[in-house]
Write a protein that binds this ligand. Structure first.
Ligand SMILES: [Fe+2]
Ligand SMILES: [Fe+2]
Length: 201
């Protein structure tokens, strides 16, 4: 039973680490793009933004909202305010992604002028999302650890496993493939692709 709890907590934390890795890469490359001589590969930015949009939406938030938060709320109605806040942040995150997409499109059309506002949107999103994940790991997971019963963790762990399969809409495997693709096309040192070219001065 402790296994079910450990496994469920690990799943949430592992997914946070994956999102963080992409955010870190995105932030690094947006910073690099401030150099007007750098010629960014926009396919890399698009793949990263697609990932940080779809992975939480399709796979991660459902685990939190429908499974973990729902159980916690049953055992601890007084956690409603915190859970409501996190729900609002999930919605706000999706809106910030649209902003990021707009800034990316602007940057692609207006190079290098759009680099600064794109970088600012990336930083805003990354800070927002890191705060959100910190809140989940620092507040929700410890509360769940204290208040949920062994049978809750069994149910959560089973539901998390079911969330992997295609019934959930997008299978986890698809995101693993996308993550590998990002790693293969992102330039060194973020991924295994070659460094972005610099226009001659
Ligand atoms: Fe969340
Ligand atoms: Fe999360």
């Amino acid at each position: 039973m402790k296994d079910a709890k450990d496994q469920a907590v690990r799943t949430i934390k592992d997914e946070h680490r994956t999102i963080s890795a992409v955010l870190h890469g995105l932030r690094y490359l947006a910073q690099q793009s401030l150099d007007a001589k750098v010629q960014p590969d926009f396919a890399v930015f698009r793949a990263m933004i697609y990932y940080i949009d779809e992975f939480p939406e399709k796979l991660h938030h459902p685990k939190e909202e429908k499974i973990l938060f729902a159980r916690l709320l049953q055992r601890m109605p007084e956690a409603a305010a915190l859970i409501g806040e996190l729900h609002e942040e999930h919605l706000a995150g999706a809106r910030l992604i649209r902003e990021l997409e707009r800034e990316l499109a602007y940057f692609e059309e207006n190079r290098p002028a759009g680099a600064a506002s794109f970088k600012a949107a990336v930083d805003a999103y990354a800070d927002f999302h890191w705060n959100h994940m910190r809140k989940e790991e620092g507040k929700v997971l410890p509360l769940a650890g204290e208040r949920l019963l062994p049978e809750d963790w069994e149910a959560i762990s089973t539901a998390f496993a079911a969330n992997k399969d295609p019934i959930a809409g997008v299978p986890e495997k698809e995101f693993e493939t996308l993550f590998s693709r990002i790693a293969s096309i992102a330039p060194d040192p973020i991924g295994f692709g070659s460094r972005w070219k610099k226009a001659p001065t």
